[in-house]
Ligand binder design. Structure first.
Ligand code: PEP
Ligand code: MG
Length: 325
């Protein structure tokens, strides 16, 4: 079975009725990119840069970051690379950066909030990413966005970084696309407004599920309440994709749900542009995609909106999954 899947690595990911969807990889390092490429990833939909900041004694400097981003961009040889800016805090902490005790770290000082509070750290990373954009199809993505102001504040620092590089005569792509993660309920409900500010959305289902349902994604005692197919989550997905479509911007998904075979008809039915997942999920998802009609997915989706519970939704998706061979 494994070798049969391997042969699909170079095959285009398109449904029998012609809907193509880009299958991309989530990576945290250059090494993981090799696995992604051998699994047939057509790009990187999420480069989690925080791992560059972990297991060390101080923040990585601009040159050090640039070398890593550049190496990843070059290895991708023209395929798209979404670099997510620093997403620490919550469950990901740095030994050398004291955040202090917080009652609710997942709701606390983290991700874009730290970056906007520490423009020195943020601009160092933005400059490194911009410099790498001269070596591939680089895009920038901000995590944990909850408002239009945050996007604008981040973009102001991005513009500042661009002006500096320009003045220094350092090459970069002046039109580097800039997008946001949609992973908070606030972002979903103002997705129409956010869509006017950015070039693309990527739905982060891991955090979105956690925040929509108020269920800590790390807490095993309540893991039964962490339900990707809860009607509230499904409606949030629909709202986000609708807003992106209305504005004509690219919309992808990069949470764990993207690699769940049961969710495939949702992405096909909603017509998302790309799904990004752990490398090991890419070929199994592609195999299913090659046998799943978009028209059938739309039918399933229409029935999915009628489901009143996560259990009902799962039953429907599971029986559809079994019907596709
Ligand atoms: C997400 O929240 O869905 C996501 C992809 O980001 P992370 O898992 O790194 O928080
Ligand atoms: Mg997240």
């Amino acid at each position: 079975h494994r070798s049969r899947l391997r042969r699909l690595a170079g095959v285009r990911s398109v449904t029998p009725d012609g809907k193509e969807i880009a299958l991309e990889a989530n990576i945290s390092s250059l090494k993981e990119l090799e696995v992604a490429l051998s699994s047939g990833a057509v790009g990187v939909g999420l480069f989690r840069t925080e791992f560059l900041y972990m297991d060390r004694h101080q923040f990585p400097g601009e040159d050090e970051q640039f070398e890593v981003y550049k190496a990843v961009a070059e290895k991708l040889a023209g395929r798209p690379l979404i670099i997510r800016t620093l997403d620490i805090g919550g469950d990901k902490n740095l030994d050398y950066f004291e955040i202090g005790e917080e009652d609710n770290p997942f709701l606390g000082y983290r991700a874009i909030r730290i970056c906007l509070d520490r423009p020195d750290l943020f601009k160092t990373q933005l400059r490194a990413i911009l410099r790498a954009s001269a070596y591939g199809k680089v895009k920038i993505m901000y995590p944990l966005i909850s408002s239009v102001e945050e996007v604008r504040a981040a973009n102001r620092l991005l513009e500042e970084a661009k002006r500096e590089l320009q003045a220094e005569g350092v090459p970069f792509d002046p039109n580097v696309p800039c997008g946001i993660m949609i992973e908070l309920p606030s972002a979903v409900t103002i997705a129409d407004l956010l869509a006017e500010e950015v070039d693309f959305f990527s739905i982060g289902t891991n955090d979105l599920i956690q925040f929509v349902l108020a269920v800590d994604r790390m807490n095993e005692r309540i893991s039964r309440l962490y339900q990707p197919f809860h009607p509230a989550v499904l409606r949030m997905l629909r709202m986000t994709v609708d807003a992106a479509k209305r504005r004509g911007i690219h919309v992808g998904v990069c949470g764990e749900m993207a690699g769940d075979p049961r969710a495939l008809p949702i992405w096909l039915g909603l017509d998302v542009d790309s799904i990004s997942m752990s490398s090991h999920s890419i070929l199994p998802i592609k195999e299913r995609l090659l046998h799943t009609h978009r028209s059938d997915s739309i039918d399933v989706l229409n029935r999915l909106w009628e489901c009143r519970t996560a259990e009902e939704a799962i039953r429907l998706l599971e029986s559809f999954r079994l019907s596709v061979e």
